[in-house]
Design a protein around this ligand. Structure first.
Ligand code: KG4
Ligand code: ZN
Length: 341
């Protein structure tokens, strides 16, 4: 069978990314232009600045992705692009670029769901991983527990009722003075802290075993900080970071283990920016080993936003015959499993 090469573009948030991916599993290139330094000045992502940076960078990033893969547009079989969810102005840059390239070269155009992309990062990292499996998706905007029934087929078991896991990391980091982006900073600070110094609540959702809630945990941290301030006590940043991280990890691990038990599946994958958290990886690894479950996680560069994962997801859509028309648009609140063809 002919090798299928996909040029993939990702611009849903604050990374401008392009990649060439072969047969959904081989990353021939992976170029990411991060805007983190720029948004750090404002303590978080500023949507309009993100869009403006994407439009400035995108052609350079694509050219570099083609060069790194040692190919030209003539070697590309289809163009894949994130069309949601994400920031609308940011998404539109990638979608317009992908449409222009596909139109000019008369190539198939495939819109990809960003979260589907995160899940597919596992196919690139683990060449032997095949559905079905349970996947815990934990990113800055999403927290989902999903059964991947087949390529491109998802059943959502649970999701967050309020903040996403990454969002909670970012908010707590800001509150304890670590700054943006919070996840990696809490991860690092927590290594020197006591995870049992504070008991932050592990919220249980009464009508769902699989749904998540992180806002109570975040408020408990803020209350603790206020209390300390009122009593003019010093708080130990590392202890708060470690205790908060432990509360998030416990919540994620219990839900994931319940899903594995309930579905009887013996494979667990994790995806999204928070999936690079060292404490989460260690805890899941340990729990999976105890239960004889195979545990899959992408390397950190494939956990946070990148275009390789989009190229992988686009390939599996491509071989299912899914194509988008020239009217493809950005859909900021696109739901997982929803398709606009
Ligand atoms: O998947 P991603 O790059 O973007 C979205 O699709 O949202 O995830 C970004 C999120 C941020 O909230 C960031 O703080 C978090 O992932 N993150 C981490 C770590 N690295 C990134 N959270 C915890 N520990 C980390 N090591
Ligand atoms: Zn993402």
């Amino acid at each position: 069978m002919k090798n299928i090469r996909i040029l993939a573009i990702e611009s849903s948030c604050d990374e401008t990314a392009a990649a060439v991916v072969e047969n959904g599993r081989e990353d021939l290139s992976n170029i990411i232009s991060s805007q983190i330094d720029l948004h750090t000045l404002y303590g978080g992502v500023v949507p309009e600045i993100a869009s403006r940076k994407h439009i400035e960078k995108i052609n350079y990033v694509i050219r570099e992705a083609l060069e790194q893969a040692q190919c030209t547009l003539d070697d590309i079989d289809a163009v894949g692009v994130t069309y949601g969810p994400g920031l609308v102005g940011a998404l539109l840059v990638g979608v317009a670029e992908a449409k222009a390239i596909a139109f000019a070269k008369d190539l198939p155009l495939i819109g990809v769901h960003h979260i589907e992309g995160h899940i597919c990062a596992n196919y690139v990292e683990h060449k032997n991983l095949e559905p079905p499996f349970v996947c815990l998706v934990v990113s800055g905007g999403h927290t989902h527990l999903v059964v991947v029934k087949d390529y491109g087929e998802y059943q959502i078991l649970g999701k967050t009722r309020d903040d996403a896991a990454g969002e909670a990391f970012d908010k707590v980091a800001r509150a304890i003075g670590l700054g943006y982006p919070g996840g990696p900073k809490i991860d690092r600070a927590a290594k020197n802290g006591n995870p049992h110094a504070y008991e932050f609540p592990r919220a249980k959702i009464t009508d769902s075993v699989y749904d998540f809630s992180f806002s109570g945990m975040k408020s408990a941290v803020l209350n603790q900080l206020n209390l300390a301030k009122m009593k003019q006590e010093e708080i130990c940043q590392a202890d708060v970071a470690a205790s908060f991280q432990q509360a998030v990890v416990d919540t994620l691990v219990t839900r994931a283990m319940a899903a594995l038990k309930e579905t009887g599946m013996n494979k667990l994958a994790i995806a999204g920016g928070v999936a690079s958290n060292t404490a989460l990886r260690a805890a899941l690894k340990q729990e999976c080993e105890k239960r004889g479950i195979d545990f899959y996680y992408p390397s950190p560069v494939l956990c946070t936003d990148n275009a390789v994962m989009i190229g992988s997801a686009a390939y599996f859509e491509f071989i299912r015959g899914i194509r988008h028309g020239w009217d493809l648009n950005a859909i900021p609140n696109l739901k997982l499993g929803e398709r606009y063809e």
